[in-house]
Design a protein around this ligand. Structure first.
Ligand code: AKG
Ligand code: FE2
Length: 204
């Protein structure tokens, strides 16, 4: 997907750069939007440093694949906190029509070019509170493979595919029973390092 700058999350504030109406059509067509420079440079530098200095533990995702998860979590909670600001939640609700949303939860994961790390097709609904997913690229080195794909379950029609290239790009995508997504193996370079999190449905 082509990423454009639509919001910028900083350490102390989030700036909205596009009206929800200009982006809503893309989300309804692809069930996803790609946001360039979604993290301001200062915060991004801190997050990349936390990832570089942090440690990662092996994580087997039953029936779906394998990757590594930041442990202890440092970059992950910082991003979750910064994504919680009301103006961004409100903007995302208007773009996607998926509101009302509340708390976001997520962590940083890493996939290596090792013929092992990947995630097969899944819908994220093992936790039914999830309503939207967000991934943010934190990869220091470029990589081949590691493509994210989103498709319709019934027809297999591909709705979106995204290669996380620039650090700080965010991909926001729909979590629903009619669609599923996967992450293909990284074939060289990397590791592919991303924050992956979810906006939950607000409790009624
Ligand atoms: O790494 C990604 O792009 C998506 C990760 C994912 O699908 C998940 O954590 O459930
Ligand atoms: Fe997922």
């Amino acid at each position: 997907m082509k990423a454009s700058p639509v919001f910028a999350v900083g350490a102390y504030r989030t700036t909205l750069l596009a009206t929800p109406e200009t982006i809503a059509g893309e989300f309804s067509k692809h069930r996803a939007i790609a946001c360039a420079n979604a993290i301001e440079p200062g915060l991004l530098a801190t997050l990349m440093r936390l990832c570089r200095e942090g440690s990662f533990a092996s994580d087997e995702v039953e029936g779906l694949g394998h990757r590594e998860v930041e442990k202890p979590q440092r970059a992950g909670p910082t991003i979750s906190l910064a994504l919680k600001r009301a103006n961004l939640i409100d903007w995302i609700e208007h773009v996607t029509g998926c509101g009302p949303l509340e708390a976001i939860e997520g962590r940083v994961v890493r996939a290596r070019a090792n013929n092992h790390d990947q995630l097969l097709w899944h819908d994220d609904l093992d936790d039914v509170r999830r309503r939207l997913a967000v991934t943010i690229n934190l990869s220091k080195q470029n990589y081949e493979g590691g493509l994210f794909e989103l498709r319709e379950k019934r027809t297999g029609k591909l709705l979106a595919s995204h290669h996380h290239l620039e650090p700080g790009t965010a991909l926001i995508f729909d979590v629903a029973y009619d669609i599923e997504h996967r992450v293909l193996p990284v074939t060289s370079g990397g590791p592919r390092c991303v924050y992956t999190g979810w906006f939950f449905k607000a409790a009624k």
